[in-house]
Ligand binder design. Structure first.
Ligand SMILES: Nc1ncnc2c1ncn2[C@@H]1O[C@H](COP(=O)(O)OP(=O)(O)OP(=O)(O)O)[C@@H](O)[C@H]1O
Ligand SMILES: [Mg+2]
Length: 362
């Protein structure tokens, strides 16, 4: 069994307080974040974002290893850190996780053996084709002779592709996490700044990326819901292309710099923002019907589209839930390397990288 591939699930053995860079290889960019200090008061040391060409990643897979590797290399150079250790994440949809119950034992070997024999039932691949990891959650409340164990498995090649990409840039993949777990790590910190610190509340995190939108609901330190829909910032880029007869690259650049004709706000941006808000309301509806844990209390917007003008208001209106733009670095001190104005613009899209960087404190 490949061990520790999902480090955080078992507490990241062997990586205690070693410096580590959070590396988010997303569909549009590679994003690097390095934190230092201590868990109660982290400091954002430095970060770097390097865009990826359109065909480098497809559906979360590394489609062009060389392109992704050289973007990572440029990002590492920009970052200017001596740290080599990296924490990376697999897209949540590529990882099968399952909570199972096993007889309690003091012997790791016995537990490992039990996990392997049980895992067969839940994993639709041959065990030698997967990376398998597990973490003991704790004893079963009603039966202390049993323990609850979380198992996680992903196809080997999915892990290996990402590891190869970071290694080609001179980094060393020390932690392989699941994106949803990285978001949870970032959320736990962000919750500190919520009304009532989010205690006993259902808090949503909507990560609006380029190709898709992920909606998570957290309650205390648990993720109680997740849904992904294939809708993101690329749709707005396409609308801009169509409206102004631009190439994809021109539209993307114009969108980011805000240099578009005066009818853009009314004719293109607003309808898009409203569609996004309707998508958010739909995701929320799925949560409400699938879950007995009540209403949503608060909503954080993350991802590169989070700060689109009017989005937070539109989402609040459509969902009846107060929404605001997430800042994964809220409450952290900033080193002198970090330009705070640029960070304000970049922060929502760095949530995953930040969650990964936080693994150094686990
Ligand atoms: N200033 C901006 N104004 C408008 N849109 C922006 C801005 N900055 C980024 N975006 C959009 O946000 C999207 C990228 O967001 P993000 O970096 O969160 O995506 P990603 O993590 O690469 O994608 P995914 O999570 O889907 O893999 C793109 O569609 C981009 O055009
Ligand atoms: Mg993303």
């Amino acid at each position: 069994m490949q061990k520790d591939f999902l480090g955080p699930l078992r507490g990241m053995i062997g990586a205690k307080s070693t410096p580590i860079i959070g590396v988010d290889i997303s569909s549009t960019a590679v994003k690097l974040v390095e934190l230092s200090g201590n868990p109660d008061k982290p400091e954002l040391l430095r970060y770097a974002i390097e865009p990826l060409p359109r065909d480098a990643m497809t559906d979360g897979n590394v489609a062009n290893l060389e392109t992704v590797g050289s973007a990572l290399e440029r990002a590492v150079r920009k970052l200017g850190s001596r740290t080599k250790g990296a924490a990376i994440a697999l897209p949540t949809s590529m990882v099968i996780t399952k909570k199972i119950t096993l007889p309690a034992t003091d012997r790791d070997d016995d537990l490992e053996f039990a996990v392997e024999s049980e895992a067969n039932q839940y994993i639709p691949f041959a065990l030698d084709e997967v990376n398998l990891d597990f973490a003991v959650i704790g004893p079963v409340a009603s039966d202390p002779t049993q323990v609850e164990v979380m198992i996680a498995a992903a196809r080997k090649e999915k892990v290996e592709d990402r590891v190869a990409a970071v290694e080609s840039a001179g980094l060393k993949a020390q932690v392989v996490d699941v994106e949803a777990m990285a978001v949870m790590g970032a959320y736990e910190r962000m919750a500190e700044n919520l009304p009532g610190k989010g205690v006993d509340q259902n808090v949503g995190v909507l990560d609006v990326g380029a190709t898709s939108t992920r909606f998570y609901v957290f309650r205390n330190d648990e993720q109680i819901f997740m849904r992904e829909s294939p809708f993101g910032g690329n749709q707005l880029t396409q609308e801009i292309q169509r409206a102004y007869n631009m190439t994809n690259e021109e539209a993307e650049a114009a969108k980011r710099s805000g240099s578009l004709p005066s009818n853009y706000d009314n004719d293109v941006l607003r309808p898009y923002v409203d569609t996004l808000a309707i998508e958010a309301a739909r995701a929320l509806q799925f949560f409400l019907t699938s879950n007995a844990q009540g209403q949503l209390d608060y909503l954080l917007l993350a991802g590169g589209c989070a700060s689109l003008p009017g989005l937070a208001e539109a989402v609040s209106r459509r969902t009846n839930v107060t929404a605001s733009v997430a800042n994964p670095f809220a409450g952290m001190s900033l080193s002198s390397n970090v330009k705070s104005r640029q960070l304000a613009a970049d922060a929502p899209s760095l949530m995953v990288a930040c969650g990964l960087a936080l693994r150094r404190f686990d």
